[in-house]
Design a protein around this ligand. Structure first.
Ligand code: AMP
Ligand code: ZN
Length: 561
């Protein structure tokens, strides 16, 4: 089982939720003018730099310094001393963050409380009895990882596209232009055309598409999407090149005959991304190149998946783990192999992109697919939440698209029960096959991989409650935040403008915040229905286990000994 140094050990998930142990008002409030006016800039009597108090003091001083600089009322010496103090405070927090987890947990609670990016936060909310230990262990080993300390360049300010584009959102799909002559386009079988009529629905039946397409859902869905969004025309993708590319991608997904990580999953994720792009209006916030990259990232995000987890690659010392130094092993492979495929001229969708477009596209796809590594999950959610809590959040396009792809990747529990159930059984089949391999190799079972000892219903409840629901929640908040201004500008500028998608999710929202832009959230009801069914199943399973145990206990001991 994967053990990152920052990962809580089993049973350690009840750590008090550190960053929530302060009230909202208390944590880093923006200082008032009165507070700033009464500030004493003395640097002799400040709290030690590695205490929570120091952070507040440093923040307050920085605010004050900024104000005084604006007014031109500050001496160089005072400025220097206070900046030095603030820098030390920040360094202390950083150093604390880089300590191993065990050391952090043993250090003073004040230090732990001040960790900058506490990825265990979400998981630490899991109460000891809320989920069985196996499920906790699986959640911890799959969805957390050591903090990545690399700092990215600051995010570009998002640009809102024109009002005309905003209006276009609601009426997008059927009116999107198709400038490529119909003769050059790939021919679609009638059955495929019939299934694709429901392409814009949340609970689109990708299994039906698989059947209708003779086992080639990626080929038809990928083609249809890139055509609908005008990508073939815009980026001058030769239709046969696209067809070759999609055929080869589809083959790669079928290489290991995986029950779950196969071409159906790729098509499912791509369709869900399409829903997010077109039904929420997100496509109007993104550039053509960003849409192109997002769709391609969805299609290739698990290309040549081996049907085993990153943990298995690391523990078995696979060639791929060796190649990628145990980091995001599969994700690195999916991206690298997909770009390698595009080196073949017959499959090179990007042949007519300019050098700059190619670089931007490649960076976007790399960022998005790497962010599907589940061990990055809590960090990703936490980063987005903190960003959205700012007074004027500026969401980076790549971060937004990455979160969308991540959510779509784990969205099947938020789809209709029949679809979700089928996906879950396929994934468990795949996990159990991995468990068989682990047993043969003498490796310990990874969580959920022991076919004789896995609590299916409980693990699904855990997955929904602690992973999928929070993800969809943050995703919806992010969409409402970035699309709200776009929506209001379209409403203000033209009286005939259709709202992009205005649907309140409850009376509370409607009453309290009637003007706030809301997206439709069909996943909310599905998640709740599915959870209910799993809970009923879990109760039945527990009953059956108790009965079995009772029977075992009542069997008289054999006389063999
Ligand atoms: P990916 O491997 O990129 O498809 O990411 C999806 C990951 O989410 C899977 O590998 C699992 O770790 C997790 N996941 C998806 N569905 C389930 C499920 N029903 N139960 C448990 N884990 C799941
Ligand atoms: Zn996936």
């Amino acid at each position: 089982m994967r053990r990152y140094s920052a990962m809580p050990e089993q049973g350690a998930l009840t750590i008090v939720r550190r960053s929530s142990s302060r009230s909202k008002a208390e944590s880093c409030p923006t200082p008032t003018d009165e507070q700033l006016d009464s500030l004493d800039l003395d640097t002799e009597h400040l709290p030690a730099v590695d205490t929570p108090d120091a952070c507040d003091k440093a923040a307050l001083r920085l605010r004050y310094l900024l104000r005084q600089l604006n007014r031109g009322e500050i001496s160089a010496e005072t400025l220097q001393k206070n900046l030095q103090y603030a820098a030390k405070v920040l360094e202390a927090v950083y150093i604390d963050e880089t300590k191993p987890a065990v050391a952090r947990q043993q250090s003073a609670p004040t230090l732990v409380f001040r960790r900058l990016a506490d990825e265990d936060d979400e998981l630490s909310e899991v109460q000891p009895d809320a989920v069985p230990p196996e499920v906790r262990e699986w959640l911890a080993s799959t969805f957390t990882r050591q903090l990545a300390t690399a700092k990215r360049k600051s995010d570009e300010k998002p640009k809102f596209r024109s009002v005309a584009h905003a209006i276009r959102a609601g009426i997008f799909v059927d009116r999107i232009y198709r400038r490529v002559t119909s003769t050059a386009l790939m021919q679609f079988p009638q059955d495929v055309i019939r299934v694709l009529k429901t392409l814009d629905e949340w609970s689109f039946d990708v299994f039906a598409l698989h059947e209708a397409s003779g086992g080639a859902p990626v080929k038809y869905l990928g083609y249809e999407l890139l055509n609908r969004y005008g990508m073939i025309h815009k980026f001058k993708v030769p239709p046969t090149t696209l067809e070759n590319f999609l055929n080869r991608i589809e083959e790669g997904y079928c290489k290991f005959h995986n029950p779950y990580h196969n071409n159906l999953h790729a098509a499912d994720v791509a369709q869900t991304v399409h829903y997010m792009l077109c039904q929420t209006g997100l496509m109007n916030w993104l550039s053509d190149l960003e849409i192109f990259a997002t769709l391609v990232a969805a299609v290739v995000h698990d290309y040549e998946h081996t049907g085993t987890t990153n943990n298995f690659h690391v523990m078995s010392g696979s060639d791929t783990a060796l190649l990628y130094n145990d980091r995001a092993v599969l994700e690195n492979h999916h991206i690298s192999a997909a770009f390698r495929l595009m080196r073949d001229e017959e499959c090179n969708l990007l042949q007519n992109l300019s050098r700059e477009e190619f670089r931007e596209f490649r960076t976007l796809v790399i960022d998005m697919v790497l962010a599907t590594d589940m061990s990055f999950h809590f960090q990703q959610l936490k980063n987005m939440r903190s960003l959205l809590s700012l007074a004027e959040p500026t969401v980076d396009k790549s971060k937004a698209a990455s979160l969308i792809l991540h959510c779509c990747d784990i969205s099947h529990p938020a789809k209709r029960w029949d679809l979700h159930h089928r996906w879950t059984m396929s994934l468990l089949d795949e996990f159990f096959l991995q468990g068989d391999k682990e047993r043969d190799l003498g490796l310990p079972f990874s969580p959920l991989c022991d076919r004789n000892n896995t609590l299916v219903a409980e693990s699904q409840i855990g997955f929904i409650e602690f992973i999928v629901e929070p993800s969809m929640g943050v995703c919806a908040d992010m969409l409402e935040c970035i699309l709200g201004p776009l929506h209001s500008s379209s409403k203000n500028s033209t009286s005939s403008a259709e709202p992009i998608n205005e649907e309140s999710t409850g009376t509370k929202d409607r009453n309290e915040n009637s003007s706030k832009f809301k997206i439709r959230k069909p996943w909310v009801a599905c998640l709740s229905d599915n959870k209910k069914i799993w809970k009923e199943q879990a109760a039945k399973d527990a009953e059956a286990r108790a009965k079995q145990e009772e029977e075992n206990n009542s069997v008289p001991p054999t006389t063999e000994e």
